[in-house]
Design a protein around this ligand. Sequence first.
Ligand code: NAD
Length: 432
Amino acid sequence: MNIAVVGTGYVGLVTGACFAEFGNDVTCVDVDAEKIARLAQGIMPIYEPGLDVLVAKNMQAGRLRFTTDLKSAVEQALVIFLAVGTPPKEDGAADLRYVEDAARSIAEFMNGYKVIVTKSTVPVGTGERLRRLIREHQKKRCNFGVVSNPEFLREGAAIEDFMRPDRVVIGSRDEEAIAIMRDLYRPLYLIETPFVITSLEAAELSKYAANAFLATKISFINEIANLCDKIGCDVHDVARAMGMDNRIGRKFLHPGPGFGGSCFPKDTRALAAVARQYGCTSLIVDAVIEVNERQRAAMISKIERLVGDLQGKIIAVLGLSFKPQTDDMREAPSIYIIRGLLERGASVRAYDPVAMPEAAKVLPEIAYAEDEYQAVKGADALVFVTEWNQFRALDLERVRQLMRAPKIADLRNIYEPEKMRELGFDYVGVGR
Ligand code: NAD
């Protein structure tokens, strides 16, 4: 099948490469000419494990190409995926500018029946809105189907998630479009992936509801962790006892500095905006957002309690990306925590295995180290913000000797408190 993917960010690039791997003919389009030029040379714009190899393999096989020429991509494709960004507006609602711009351009170039699929996370009603918009902007009158096919992949495990998803959601009222989508996802039928075929609206809402629910689990366990801090018991024991109940489940019950990334913060706010638009309340989601904001602030106070007056202190920060295995810095907790430390007069020396080039764009005012040990040298405290695997087995004796004061705030609970205290660290975790 011939496919066009519009937008070559985390989602578009993975979608394009994976559909090419399934044997389809894929053209990835972006308005960012520099990104496209680099991709055409096999240079990845993002860090995502395995993506470079998958892209190179499919480019070599002639099934995957990159272009800024939307016209020829649209003319050749039967299925066109929209995978452009949907960032938050001032009021939290999703900004549909990029989705609508892309849809208008697609409409102009349509030369026959097309299936237009939104993979971008969009508010309820967007599919119908795109249908009208495309009708209005078509130069040549052609039939088309509109589909919502939300993406649930996780950055850092995106290829595995795309190839082995828990489910595929396809929302449409166009039978022909649904049949084409089923055909496209046939390789996943073979591994018995469940499919949810539903209305456009239910598909659109399912993405926001799923992300808001996961964010709720995180904010919930963070609130319990803060209570554990006061009580003096271990939140990991509480989370384990809770998670063994199959109705609750073990995942997303790990306390930390609050959720970040390009999805949870924006999608919770966008869901609250959708609720407002329909005259409904969103009490739970509103609370999830507030708990998350407070959690970030609480981490700064935690560090301040550990170190004392932060003025003139050197703080080593390990981990900058919003989670391990990615270089994505969008709404990373590290940004808020580091800015809080700087405002209180501290200087920060940070290290991250892959995110430092991205981090330097948002945090130009801090120093970056070559490795963990250079980061902690002479530091008054060490703060773990992202739980990269390579931070789990540091030479702690060496770390202690290098630091000016052996103080650690472990915001991801990477280490065992007792062991750290035995090693001579003044150590705090989250909820233990
Ligand atoms: P991104 O910002 O990494 O990439 C978006 C790309 O679209 C950019 O390269 C941009 O240049 C391009 N673009 C913008 N307007 C365009 C146009 N008119 N024509 C062609 N290209 C255009 O975004 P992302 O993280 O891949 O997210 C895309 C969508 O997928 C968002 O709605 C997001 O909420 C959703 N989503 C993201 C993830 C994730 O983990 N990143 C997971 C699931 C869903």
